[in-house]
Ligand binder design. Sequence first.
Ligand SMILES: Cc1cc2nc3c(=O)[nH]c(=O)nc-3n(C[C@H](O)[C@H](O)[C@H](O)COP(=O)(O)OP(=O)(O)OC[C@H]3O[C@@H](n4cnc5c(N)ncnc54)[C@H](O)[C@@H]3O)c2cc1C
Length: 555
Amino acid sequence: MVSSKAGRAATPDGFDAQVVVIGAGPAGLMTANLLGRYGVHVIVVEAGAELIDYPRGVGMDDETLRTFQSAGVVEGVLPHTVPDQLLVFVDAKYRDLARMAPPMGEFGWPRRNGFVQPLADRVLFEGLGRFDHVEVQWSSTVTGLAQDEGGVTLTVDGPGGERTLRAAYVVGADGGSSQTRKSLGLAFEGTTAPVNWLVVDIRNDPLGRPGAYVIADPRRPHVSIGLPHGIRRFEFMIKPGESEADAADDAFIARLLERYVPRETKLDIIRRRVYAHHSRMASRFRSGRVLLVGDAAHVMPVWQGQGYNSGIRDAFNVAWKLAMVLRGDADDRLLDTYELERREHVRAMIQLSTWVGQAVSVRNRVGAALRDLFFKGISLIPKAKLYIVQMRFKPMPTLDRGAITRVGAVSEPTPVGRLFPQPWVATTDTPRQRLDDVLGPWFALVAWNNDPAALLDEDAQARAAAAGIRLVCARPAVQLPWVDVARASDATVVGDLDGSLKRWFDARPESVVLVRPDRIVAGVATAHRAGDLVRAFLAEVGAPKAELQDGRRTR
Ligand SMILES: Cc1cc2nc3c(=O)[nH]c(=O)nc-3n(C[C@H](O)[C@H](O)[C@H](O)COP(=O)(O)OP(=O)(O)OC[C@H]3O[C@@H](n4cnc5c(N)ncnc54)[C@H](O)[C@@H]3O)c2cc1C
């Protein structure tokens, strides 16, 4: 591949880019897409000559689809997904141990989706083509990194030899073996499972079933997943005594698949690869002007399909913070909240994925029988079964520290630090739209039944405008024809189509909510304290005060 944009001029402050992203994997590409959307100048530096094409992530969650939506590329990725994919853990005889079929969640997208990572990565790469201020440099390996007070200088080994790139901030998205992490001297603490797994993707799916099955067979634990475009994914545990060379042999793979297809069946193998499962986390996610995202910051076994999704969450969390700091709308300390907010969630995902992997990988028959008995036992308890079916065990982002404010919040449990729901809404122009598309990619102050502009005093209005906070009035959809607010102020009016928004506001006394670009609730307040909420949040992130002149903000 060639550079997606060549010869872009240096930014006015002498940087080659405001942000250099190292690595064009999903975490780096998503970070670049979001930064591009927020108007930040980015260079993505990728060691490879093209995107990685070997088999990897196959499970995408609703939060990730919501992030694709925010990046403006969700329509591109949907054709490469299996929405609502069933996930079933079965015993050696294919009898259910645990079945996961979560209902449509509150965030606007199916909660479990099969997908093909190389195709999704390509959608992200192509998404960068929208931005004149984002460039990808292929076949360019970062070999050195030096930080000073003003920025970061990278040494890059590329087609024309060695060169340097200077940026205000660097995002290390260079995968599990991250050179960025190593050059910062950060440890990668954790464990690596003692066994390897062989991953095989097959075209012209010889089985055709749509679900994802984890077969906890002590003779050889394995996985079989139906993927879009007629692809089947198999993953097999490699037993002691078997080697990577065995895995490269078609006859070995035909033997592994014997349970599913006769040995003489001609298989259209797209790719195969042997993997180890790691459970590791970098000792820090930020070092000065360098932030680590994705596998560079953490790796986990595949069993909850959360490695990929966790990297996308990192990108969503860090991108708006970088943009806000670079715009001068927040203090550099805002970037510390990236790790503060992400670390415990990642840890919980690693623990869950590791635990599931250990349960699946039992090779001792007695141990496997006891495990099967346990899971079959709890599935007889309706509440426990529902807990598993609905995947209520999945750790959700819940922040009690970070870029949030409790000023104005009274309810317990608090919605602050949780994801805001995304129902379908109507506007005066569109009969049905996902809420986030109306809120836009940046901050939104949503007030139920009120014009938020009318709730803010002059000072709060000026600060909200300076920070680019969109004002939104939510009301029952039947009230949409009454367009008083739309006429009276700049606020956007959304009509709650199915009562979801009303239910959210019904559940608590606060009627104003500040939603962050990553859709986490930054704060809530009763209507009369809306101004305090805006001031408190902006103070929390270190936003400079907006000066008022003739009633208009100057900054
Ligand atoms: C078999 C398997 C199955 C998986 N299944 C799932 C799943 O179902 N769901 C899920 O969520 N996750 C899954 N994952 C995990 C998922 O694939 C990874 O978490 C994800 O690809 C990590 O993305 P990343 O962008 O952080 O890193 P990567 O995708 O590894 O990208 C890093 C990029 O950085 C580049 N690079 C490295 N060093 C340099 C350098 N010095 N200079 C410039 N560029 C550099 C590399 O060439 C690469 O392109 C699976 C992984 C495997 C192996």
